[in-house]
Design a protein around this ligand. Structure first.
Ligand SMILES: CC(C)(COP(=O)(O)OP(=O)(O)OC[C@H]1O[C@@H](n2cnc3c(N)ncnc32)[C@H](O)[C@@H]1OP(=O)(O)O)[C@@H](O)C(=O)NCCC(=O)NCCS
Length: 176
């Protein structure tokens, strides 16, 4: 497998990021309708997609942008003592199913554990998203359970599946 790189968003990536908010379903099951197509440019100008409550890096393979990973700081209660990272990912359809998704999510965990002291990286996915469920497990996540009726999506309330990887959980071998 050719090396995968996580790198900051550049101006050249804005067309790609705009596609995810203007092409129905390109982002996958998380499609929630059209949103402001100017938002990617505004966000890039504000902080390069690094900071605030959410951040992004581009997933690159052979110098081609294949999609992005995202993360944001969340907390269960006291922001100082219960903080964790919530992550997400979206690859373009032509890059799916080639071993990029699980590696990119494992690499994002390594990045977050290296540069921040937080203990827990969390990811939620959909009951029918088998690719993401398998991808998370390959990336070293463990399934924690079902979150009942946690999101309104595609016309009705639906369950979600919750996964996490802790700092001391075994990291997968990215060369495998
Ligand atoms: C979900 C996603 C990130 C997975 O990444 P990917 O690069 O496609 O998946 P990988 O190639 O790393 O595969 C990981 C595992 O999932 C399996 N898999 C991949 N696509 C699959 C599919 N369509 N159906 C079933 N299993 C699938 C792979 O076979 C592999 O498991 P294995 O080693 O046991 O065979 C990617 O498909 C994607 O961006 N989808 C659209 C957006 C999305 O759903 N994001 C997550 C929202 S919660």
């Amino acid at each position: 497998m050719t090396a995968i790189v996580l790198r900051p968003v550049t101006e050249d990536d804005l067309a790609l990021l705009r596609r995810f908010v203007t092409e129905p379903g390109l982002v996958g099951l998380d499609w929630g309708g059209f949103t402001d197509p100017h938002e990617p440019a505004r966000r890039f100008a504000a902080d390069g997609y690094l900071g605030g409550t959410s951040s992004r890096l581009i997933v690159e393979r052979e110098q081609v942008a294949t999609g992005f990973v995202a993360w944001g700081r969340r907390h269960f209660g006291n922001p100082e003592t219960t903080a964790y990272w919530e992550i997400g990912i979206a690859l373009l359809p032509e890059w799916r199913g080639q071993g990029i998704g699980w590696r990119a999510q494992a690499m994002l965990c390594d990045y977050l554990f290296t540069h921040t002291p937080l203990q827990r990286v969390q990811a939620g996915t959909h009951p029918e998203n088998i690719a993401e469920q398998k991808s998370l497990v390959k990336a070293g996540f463990q399934r924690e359970g079902v979150i009942r009726s946690c999101e309104f999506r595609a016309g009705r309330w639906r369950d979600g599946h919750l996964y996490s990887r802790l700092r001391d959980d075994p990291a997968p071998d990215l060369r495998s």
